[in-house]
Design a protein around this ligand. Structure first.
Ligand code: AHR
Length: 504
């Protein structure tokens, strides 16, 4: 039987709440329809933001939201999206479906949304087709509380006080849609552009994110750090706070991708095995970062991750709208456990994307909204936010799978919060087998179970607008405590959360 030993005396690192972050791009129906419907919409809204979506995201304690892209960011000219809406420029969204972008959601609307959500802000600047001046003026517009041309423009547009930018991305995927650059060239551009991302308020410093690698492009990570690392020394504090990494799971590869809802057992294991690859990526990129930043001052920012399948039949292929099954729930479960385990280095991660695009937590259709299986994983795992990762290890774990696609049958992560409650999140990756797990504390103390929840179902199960409750988070009771050992019986294809209290 699998055994999990938790050493609650050994706190490893704080799990940054931002690991549970999200991403919203001007892509398909993410911003428009999914989040923003406009003040005059019949869909209930506050200042144009859908009430149902805001409420649902607050329930998972959304910690941070990235905007406006993605590839869109390197074509976005922020001045098009401020001022009276009727005079805002209409343009074509060349990356995503060639549709009209009317710029009715811009800077003011993004900060309004984050205020409603109560989350941190992550604004991604334009390096690919923008200028240093444009980026620098945007930062001035958003954050300067004095007399200056951009602060005056902001006031003219109805906002007296500046906002707070928590994170600022200096370009996106600069090796691809963000300019097709080589790493040494981007490294130099990073040095230059970030110089003008001014910290106008020293009390509210902006964390600057450098554009990082695609998947296993270790050469990118190494070269960018080589070109910039003389400035990552302590006297240049504030030069680089994060380095990004993007990784999507495509079961059949980038070209073919694969169906979101129709797959066989082998594809289940292939998908999960590719999701587990995140551990290798974080470890290996992290080892390169350790060479240049041994004190781990620069966070690894996995600001795009998740499943990327074929879009739903009959939908605009440029909109990247896909369904979300129990398989997505398992991908989310194992990936978030990986991030927790690497929380000494991974400081933020942003699932792509928050509504109606790729592995979304919410889907909308007109006035209807449904929560996907992935949503329920973020809801269970919210208890890890800001908690301390605990040392924990599994033994007697069998490798399972089909053909070349092998995964551990169980994965886990454990944390303890400020009230001493231990959160354990477990994944049973088997498509067919239940699994029993014995859980003990390293010190041998007994525990009580304060709360236990589960998300499970047949591997293809998903929610629709007609049947929104097929996959839900439910109370879990398949456990017993015998002689200080907690025995948990997990069904196949399941994610379980346990909240434990040590007996005095
Ligand atoms: O999330 C969709 C796209 O994937 C983003 O715009 C881009 O950064 C990545 O290639």
């Amino acid at each position: 039987m699998v055994r999990l030993v938790i050493n609650d005396r050994k706190k490893m690192s704080m799990i940054s709440p931002e690991i549970y972050g999200h991403f919203s791009e001007h892509l398909g129906r993410c911003i428009y329809e999914g989040i923003y419907v406009g003040e005059d919409s019949e869909i209930p809204n506050v200042n144009g933001m859908r009430k149902d979506v805001v409420e649902a995201l607050k329930e998972i304690k959304i910690p941070v939201l990235r905007w406006p892209g993605g590839c869109f960011a390197d074509e976005y000219h922020w001045k098009d999206g401020v001022g009276p809406k009727e005079t805002r420029k209409k343009m074509v969204n060349t990356h995503w479906g060639g549709v009209v972008e009317d710029n009715s959601f811009g800077t003011h609307e993004f900060f309004e949304l984050c205020e409603q959500l109560g989350c941190k802000t992550y604004v991604n600047g334009n390096v690919g087709s923008g200028t240093v001046q444009e980026m620098s003026e945007w930062v001035e517009y958003m954050t300067f509380d004095g007399i200056s041309p951009m602060a005056e423009l902001r006031k003219t547009n109805g906002r007296e006080k500046p906002w707070k930018i928590d994170y600022f991305g200096v370009g996106n995927e600069n090796w691809g849609c963000g300019g097709n650059m080589r790493p040494s060239y981007y490294g130099d551009l990073y040095r230059r552009f970030q110089t003008y991302v001014r910290n106008y308020d020293p009390e509210k410093p902006i964390a600057k994110i450098c554009g990082g690698a695609n998947v296993d492009d270790y050469h990118w990570t190494k070269t960018v750090l080589e070109v910039t690392h003389d400035h990552t020394l302590p006297q240049f504090h504030g030069f680089m706070d994060g380095l990004s990494l993007h990784y999507y799971v495509h079961p059949e590869g980038w070209e073919v991708k694969g169906s979101a809802t129709e797959f066989d057992d082998e594809t289940w294991y292939k998908t999960l095995s590719k999701a587990m690859y995140m551990d290798t990526l974080v470890t290996r990129h992290g080892a390169i970062m350790d060479e240049y930043d041994p004190d781990k001052k620069i966070g690894m920012i996995v600001d795009e991750w998740g499943c990327w399948f074929n879009c739903e039949p009959g939908t605009n292929p440029g909109f990247l709208y896909q369904q979300n099954t129990i398989r997505d729930a398992l991908v989310a479960g194992v990936t978030l456990n990986i991030f927790n385990k690497h929380s000494d280095r991974v400081k933020m991660a942003n699932l792509a994307q928050v509504v109606n695009v790729l592995q979304a937590v919410l889907l909308t259709e007109g006035s209807k909204m449904i929560k996907t299986p992935t949503y329920h994983i973020f809801h269970m795992y919210r208890h890890h936010q800001g908690a301390e990762l605990l040392e924990s290890s599994l033994s007697d774990v069998t490798e399972i799978g089909m053909n070349d696609w092998r995964v551990p049958e169980i994965t886990e992560s454990c944390s303890v919060d400020a009230n001493g409650i231990i959160t354990v999140t477990l994944n049973n990756l088997s498509v067919s087998e239940d699994n029993d797990i014995e859980i003990v504390l390293a010190g041998g103390e007994a525990v009580t179970v304060e709360e236990a929840n589960i998300v499970t179902g047949e591997m293809h199960a998903y929610n629709t607008f007609e049947q929104p409750d097929t996959v839900l988070e439910k109370r879990f009771d398949r456990y017993e405590i015998m002689h200080k050992v907690l025995k948990v019986s997990m069904p196949a294809c399941s994610v379980v959360e346990l909240r434990l209290k040590k007996k005095a």
